[in-house]
Design a binder for this molecule. Structure first.
Ligand code: SF4
Ligand code: SF4
Length: 366
């Protein structure tokens, strides 16, 4: 396993285990046995950073991860969790949410603690609820070791957030497809310039950079490389990065990721060119930059937004193919139920005009 070694944190595995997409049983509950095995496999192969959040799976992720980590001494791994400050209605709830997270995970403290998914719409909540001072108190009490935030928003917002506090770290989305977006390359370079350690989320854009049709990833195939390997190596070797979070849903995925990080080599000229070519291929054919995070799944009409966008991209990326394409069908009746209330778009970290895009989907599929 490759490790970062920032003086204030110590040795942290370059591969971080994201607990947002745990495997589920047929009844929809998390498959704890599988989770235990996945976490054990990652741990024995050197992964020591595990990331969850209050809101993941309505608390199920914290419980499952906490349960799985009981197999190991508490001081042998780093546990990261996140505060849902955007759901606060009173200052008293700050402690209630925090204590709930500790209890669900079955721990006394968090190594890394983040203000979760800060964006331009909810950022004022950090000020209104005095979140920074509250969290600094928790640090003094020894319940938080390192304080940071996660954000998917603009670079303007990033700069404002950096003025709020001397954060120990910042978590951003970054991958080879997102360099021109925000925070993107500009945000990454700003954090690097300020010496603020970064944790990277969505290194494979929620699986988008994994599940690509062959004609798009031909440059990788010609080099005998897999899609995850190229995506993870692109980000894994960058400067200033503590760990790269990968949301793992199966033991197979965990093993594949471990193999990539066991012996990570810098990308050579040819490989960099292949990444650039694949990136251009994706941009030329993709319809919508959805990561499948499902933060928009608040639709009062029950519309499956991420599933619809996935089908649209799948269809578009396979344009010209005469074959039946699995996963490229949409439910037009469901999409027509959209009343354009905009609730979904307000939650989208990628700033997608969801109701507008849903109309385009209907036009595209005729
Ligand atoms: S805008 Fe449409 S898709 Fe979005 S929440 Fe409202 S009804 Fe659902
Ligand atoms: S539309 Fe936005 S919020 Fe919804 S799944 Fe896609 S990226 Fe996430």
């Amino acid at each position: 396993m490759q490790y970062s070694n920032f003086p204030k944190f110590g040795k942290i595995s370059k591969l971080g285990f994201g607990a947002m997409r745990f495997p589920k049983k047929a009844d929809g509950t998390i498959d704890q046995e599988q989770v235990n095995e996945m976490i054990r496999t990652a741990y024995v192969h050197g992964v020591n950073y595990f990331d969850t959040a209050y809101v993941y799976g309505g608390g199920a992720s914290e419980k499952a991860l906490g349960e799985a980590l009981k197999q190991f001494p508490r001081d042998s791994f780093f546990l990261a969790d996140k505060h849902p400050f955007y759901n606060l209605k009173t200052k008293e709830e700050r402690d209630e949410f925090f204590q709930t997270s500790l209890d669900r995970c079955g721990v006394e403290y968090f190594d890394f603690y983040l203000m979760h998914a800060v964006n331009s719409k909810n950022a004022q909540g950090l000020v209104d609820y005095d979140m920074v001072n509250w969290a600094l108190e928790k640090k003094k009490e020894g319940k938080i070791r390192f304080l940071g935030l996660s954000m998917h928003d603009t670079n303007d917002l990033l700069l404002k957030l950096l003025d709020l506090n001397d954060w120990d770290f910042v978590q951003i989305q970054y991958n080879y497809l997102d360099t021109e977006g925000e925070p993107g390359k500009t945000g990454y370079e700003e954090l690097l310039r300020r010496n603020i350690p970064m944790i990277i989320m969505e290194p494979l854009k929620g699986g988008v950079l994994v599940n690509l049709p062959e004609h798009i990833t031909k440059p990788f195939q010609e080099l005998g490389k897999s899609n995850p390997e190229m995506g993870l190596r692109w980000i894994g070797e960058k400067e200033g990065i503590v760990t790269v979070l990968s949301g793992m849903s199966t033991l197979e995925q965990a093993k594949d990721n471990l193999a990539i990080f066991q012996n990570m080599q810098p990308l050579n000229e040819q490989e960099l060119k292949a990444i650039q070519q694949v990136k251009e291929n994706i941009i030329a054919s993709q319809k919508v930059g959805c990561t499948g995070c499902n933060y928009c799944s608040v639709c009062p009409m029950g519309i499956d937004i991420s599933g619809t966008f996935k089908a649209w991209n799948t269809k578009a990326m396979n344009e010209g193919s005469s074959n039946w394409i699995s996963g490229a069908a949409i439910d037009a009746d469901m999409i027509r139920k959209c009343v354009e209330c905009g609730q979904c778009a307000a939650h989208c970290p990628q700033k997608i005009d969801i109701p507008g895009k849903l109309k385009e989907v209907l036009e595209y599929f005729g």
